[in-house]
Design a protein around this ligand. Structure first.
Ligand SMILES: *Cc1c(COP(=O)(O)O)cnc(C)c1O
Length: 410
């Protein structure tokens, strides 16, 4: 009989979203009228349409494919030059990143999981708590962890708690770790990091020969001056970091699918014998073997967000979501709750009032305000005591949510 990968059996049956669905269904059955007005601020999916500049570029690309003279088959696995150049010229100006250090893909979720292909066994892995669950589960699948503990954490991972006391940026670990997952601006907490805080992490990584896996999926939402857009703004990062970027949240691409990984050619890992080896060359080999490139129309659509028309449309989208975040922040503050995030990211992270835990707040928001949020505990043990409100919604829905929060929970 064919042997399976037993590591998969260590994975917890998806708990968070099934449990949310179970509670929402129970509510809907018990309160069919109220359920008609239910507003969902739980999941992290965008709601506003893909920019016209992108749609037009994709239509044109499809027409090219319909003509023998302009038809294109397989493209370069690492992405078309037109997109890699546009990315560097628009998002990495002055950071020393070159177009051949960009690897275009069909999503950051896959990239952040697939990257483990090029790292060997025995690495010590550090992740933040709360965390984007993909980082944990992909390490479980590949055998980098032991069994699950009762609280949902895994043996063998180094968990770094993020809370109000450390401004949601983890303390530098006492021990030596090899791979560090950081996500800023952060999902789920909606908080950002300053240059100084990120510099401390880069310094740690350089000193310990560790690699930082930096997820910047929410980069485009940054509003404040002292918040770095890329880890490559930090001195030394070219020697210790990989960055993940996605078009999903910036331009309504969650269904279109396009993202990229930035790997400097100066980044090294070590071979079994201890000698250094290029990470860039390994990922290039991995990408060419297991991936045949993102779709041509999609890459044209992604490149279009860097045209003048595209930039203007993206700016409107960001303004819309960040306007929503501001309203949600203010509504929660008005009823005396302590609010984090929502300034440089589209998530608002709210401290539960004394005496209520995060599932308790989930139930109150559902029953009293008929609003679905995400309980912080679902993202890790350190998320207990908080809940997440997503600002990915229409303005009308967000205004209604604010009204209900003030009337029902105030
Ligand atoms: C949404 C999101 C992504 C983007 O994933 P895609 O696969 O590109 O859609 C990456 N990281 C985090 C933390 C996210 O929330």
């Amino acid at each position: 009989m064919a042997r399976i990968n037993d590591n998969f059996l260590k994975l917890q049956a998806g708990y968070l979203f099934p449990e949310i669905a179970r509670r929402v269904t129970a509510f809907t059955e018990a309160n069919p009228d109220a359920a008609k007005n239910l507003i969902r601020c739980g999941i992290g999916d965008v709601t506003e349409p893909v920019p016209e500049a992108t749609r037009k570029a994709m239509h044109d690309a499809i027409d090219e494919l319909g003509n023998r003279d302009t038809f294109r088959g397989y493209g370069p696995e690492q992405g078309y030059e037109f997109l890699r150049d546009a990315i560097v010229e628009n998002q990495f100006v002055g950071l020393g990143i070159e177009a051949d250090e960009i690897f275009v893909s069909d999503g950051s979720k896959c990239d952040s999981g697939n990257i483990l292909d090029i790292f060997g066994p025995g690495n010590k892995i550090a992740i933040t708590d709360p965390v984007y669950p993909v980082y944990v589960d992909t390490n479980v699948m590949i055998g980098n962890t032991g069994a699950a503990n009762e609280d949902g954490s895994f043996e063998g991972l180094v968990y770094m708690p993020c809370n109000a006391a450390n401004e949601f940026v983890p303390a530098i670990p006492e021990e030596k770790v090899d791979l560090i997952y950081l996500c800023y601006p952060n999902n789920p907490t909606g908080t950002a990091t300053t240059r100084e805080q990120l510099q401390a992490w880069v310094d740690y990584a350089l000193k310990n020969k560790a690699i930082i896996l930096y997820d910047a999926a929410y980069e485009s939402f940054i509003q404040e001056e002292d918040v770095p857009h890329s880890i490559f703004e930090i001195e030394g990062a070219r020697e210790c970091a990989i960055e993940f970027r996605s078009f999903s949240k910036i331009a309504g691409f969650t269904g279109v699918r396009c993202a990229f990984v930035v790997i400097p050619k100066t980044l090294m890992g070590q071979k079994a014998g201890g000698t250094p080896h290029s990470i860039h060359s390994l990922w290039s080999r991995r990408h060419s073997t297991k991936f045949n490139g993102a779709s041509y129309p999609v890459q044209r659509g992604a490149a279009a967000i860097f045209t003048d028309e595209g930039k203007a449309e993206v700016a409107e989208l960001i303004k819309h979501y960040m306007g929503n975040a501001k309203l949600l922040r203010e509504a929660c503050e008005e009823i005396g709750l302590t609010v984090f995030g929502g300034v440089n990211a589209p998530y608002v992270w709210v401290a539960c009032p004394e005496g209520t835990d995060s599932w308790g707040m989930f139930d109150r928001m559902l029953n009293e305000a008929n609003v679905v949020i995400t309980p912080g505990a679902g993202f890790g043990a350190a998320g207990e005591g908080y809940f997440r409100i997503s600002s990915f919604n229409s303005r009308a829905n967000v205004e209604e949510v604010c009204k209900r929060v003030k009337q029902q929970l105030g």
